[in-house]
Design a protein around this ligand. Sequence first.
Ligand code: GAR
Length: 219
Amino acid sequence: MVLRPDSTPSLVSPDISDRTKYADTPLKLGILASGNGSNFEAIAQAIKAGQLAAQIQVLIYNHPEAKAAVRASHWGVPAVLLNHRDYKSREDLDGQIVQTLQQYNVEWVIMAGWMRLVTPVLLNAFTNKIINIHPSLLPSFKGMRAVEQALAAGVKITGCTVHLICLEMDAGPILMQAAVPVLPDDTPETLHARIQMQEHRILPAAIALAEQIQKYVTI
Ligand code: GAR
């Protein structure tokens, strides 16, 4: 990550006061989800509540049974199934994802529970415009089963992270984090449920900030 010389030295409190001037031109989001889609729902709710000036152009999902697709149809959002099993390689899948996102005029890609590794095919098509949510305080507990990893490590605080995607897994510049205490009798399910409450708060907020932050950040 490089801060441009003419930029603010802080990524913590970017000036979002001029965000309202974009109100007439909502961010065009494409959401990628593999499962339940509660983060998709949180984004849709934030838009409806006027907390996020955006519109969801399309949902792309990779498991035919993903509940995210049902949620999309409730919100009147087009849902496109791109089943990873139908593609010979990660690059082939990402190529089809890029084509679909471009077809729906997507500007920002939101990985809201997207459980596939990203290739340069997707990264290069949306440079610095792909946002991911991960259920840990990165750089701790990257990869799969982050909540279980936190419990196994015995940490007393964990949380969630919204960050820009780069080629290295769960490693791009951090946009926002929220901390969640680990309780003595937590199971992966109870802890994940409390982490998700924070995810639903910070993911829409970070999307609203991302456009501003992007002016100062290059990967
Ligand atoms: C979320 O907890 C998200 O952080 C996690 O998947 C869940 C999806 O929930 N993502 C990852 O683990 C990515 N490495 P949802 O389908 O209800 O939005």
